[in-house]
Design a protein around this ligand. Structure first.
Ligand code: CA
Length: 228
């Protein structure tokens, strides 16, 4: 089995070692670097399968690294897991808007860290699900081609905006989407204007989806995700 490569970016030696030790023990190959500059270089030349990215770095900070990775064709599809201090929700939100895929909060337990990496790798494998593909999530079926949603076979009437929001979330179960991100995706016919309007649509979506509605989870301070 090919060993997957994880790029760990962390300027605190202890944390870098902790992450490295635990990932290597799980059988991953680890590239460990301490600055944003090294992270960019390593990501471009060594094509890791996942980047674990501390946000508070000397020099180029983590958010800038994230933006540069997501704007570069060579690294755009590499999952980025942000590592952030507790209480820095604003950074998490910004990071997600820049294209980061997930985040863990320090101090992290090695078990959680390894689990998040595993999920990111699994998702990257599943990315092949195409735009037009019918999504099946339990009793919920979303058919983009027909613009149709059913729950246990019964059609659910959604507005265009609600359909787009549901499709966005359901396509990537477990991924967290910030309100601004949702806003940009779903800015359709009815001119979603504020982040608050996203909340209103989510409430309506949950209600209309009935038993399947609780699949849409609130991530406090950040946004929403579709339960895995
Ligand atoms: Ca740091």
């Amino acid at each position: 089995m090919a060993r997957e490569t994880i790029l760990v970016v962390e300027d605190e030696e202890d944390l870098l070692e902790l992450a490295r030790y635990n990932l290597v023990r799980e059988g991953y190959q680890v590239i460990a670097v301490g600055t944003g500059e090294e992270a960019l270089e390593a990501a471009r030349t060594r094509q890791p399968d996942v980047v674990l990215l501390d946000l508070m770095l000397p020099g180029i900070n983590g958010l800038d690294v994230c933006r540069l990775l997501k704007n570069d064709a060579r690294t755009r599809h590499t999952p980025v897991i942000m590592v952030t201090a507790r209480g820095e929700d604003a950074d998490v939100v910004l990071g997600l808007e820049l294209g980061a895929d997930d985040y863990v909060i320090k101090p992290f337990s090695p078990r959680v860290l390894v689990a998040r990496v595993r999920v990111a790798l699994r998702r990257a494998d599943n990315e092949v699900e195409e735009d037009g593909a019918v999504l099946r999530r339990g009793g919920l079926v979303i058919d983009p081609g027909r613009h149709e949603v059913t729950v246990d076979g019964a059609e659910v009437e959604l507005t265009h905006t609600q359909f787009l929001i549901l499709q966005l979330l359901a396509r990537r179960p477990g991924w967290v989407f910030g309100r601004q991100q949702i806003l940009e995706t779903a800015r359709g016919d009815d001119y979603l204007a504020t982040e608050r309007s996203v909340d209103v649509h989510i409430v309506a979506l949950r209600r209309k989806l009935g038993d399947e509605g609780d699949r849409i989870e609130t991530v406090r301070g950040v946004g929403y995700r579709f339960r895995e």
